[in-house]
Design a protein around this ligand. Sequence first.
Ligand SMILES: C[S@@+](CC[C@H](N)C(=O)[O-])C[C@H]1O[C@@H](n2cnc3c(N)ncnc32)[C@H](O)[C@@H]1O
Length: 254
Amino acid sequence: MSRVYFVGCGPGDPELITIKAKKLIQKADVVVYSGSLIPPPILKLCKKGELYDAAGLVREEIFDLLYKNAKSDKLVVRLHDGDPSIYGAIKEQIDNLEKNGIESIIVPGITAFLASAAALGTQLTLPGVTQTIIVTRAESRTKVPKREKISELAKHKATLIFYLSVHLLSNIVKEAIAGGYTKSTPVAVVYRASWDDQKIIKGTLDDIVKKVRAEKITRTAIVIISDVIDPKTYEYSKLYDKKFSHGYRKAKVK
Ligand SMILES: C[S@@+](CC[C@H](N)C(=O)[O-])C[C@H]1O[C@@H](n2cnc3c(N)ncnc32)[C@H](O)[C@@H]1O
C-alpha cells in the first residue's frame, strides 16, 4: 500500500532528531516541510529528494503533493517541526489520504514545550506543587472551546503551557489572574528553544509582559505559567525514597 510519513524533526537543534526521522529524510524522494521552523542542517539531510516548503502552500496543494507522489510509490515525507501531533494539522491530511487509499505513518519528535523545559533546567511536575501539565493556546483566529478558557484552565493551578500565543501574552496574564493565579506566579517564555539564538525570559504574571515586550518577542515561543519554574518548596519523590518499596527495589530503611 502507498504511504506518507508524517515525521517530527524536533524543536530546532539538529541533534534532537530521532534516528528514524533522520533515515527517512535521507532516503526520501519528496519532503514537504513546515517552513522556517525546520533548521537548514535537517533539510540538508535530504540529498536526493525534492524539497517543498509548505509555508507557501494551501491544504489542497499539500495534499496533491503528498498524494501524487505516494501514488507513484515514491518515499514521501511530510516534515514537521517538533512533534507532528502538536498543532500540526495532520489529521485532515491523514483522513483525506486514507479516503484515497494512502496509509499514513507518524514518526514522533521532541515537541517545543519539552525543549523549553530542558532550556529552563526544570521539571514540569513537582510533588507538593503540581502533578498536571495543561498544553493549550490562546484564542485568536482559531477558536478555543469556551470550557477551555484560560481563566477556567487556570483554576487548576497546574503547569500551564501555551503554544502559538506569545503575541497574546497580556490577555493570557489577565485571564490567568482572573482564574486564580497570584500576580507573583512565575512565568517563563522560551524563544526558539534549542536554536543557537534561544532566549529565556523569566518573570512573574506581574512583570512578564513588560520583559517580553522589551525583548521584542512576538513569535516562536513557548509560555509556561507555573510554580515549578521557581518553587518556594516542593517534596522529594516517593520513588527514590529509602523507605519506599516497589516492584524493583525493597525499602532500604524501615
Ligand atoms: C504550529 S505550532 C507547531 C508545534 C510543533 N509541532 C511542536 O511540536 O513543537 C508552532 C508553535 O510551536 C512553538 N514552537 C515551535 N518551535 C519552537 C521552539 N523551538 N521554541 C519555542 N517555541 C516553539 C511556538 O509556540 C510556535 O508558535
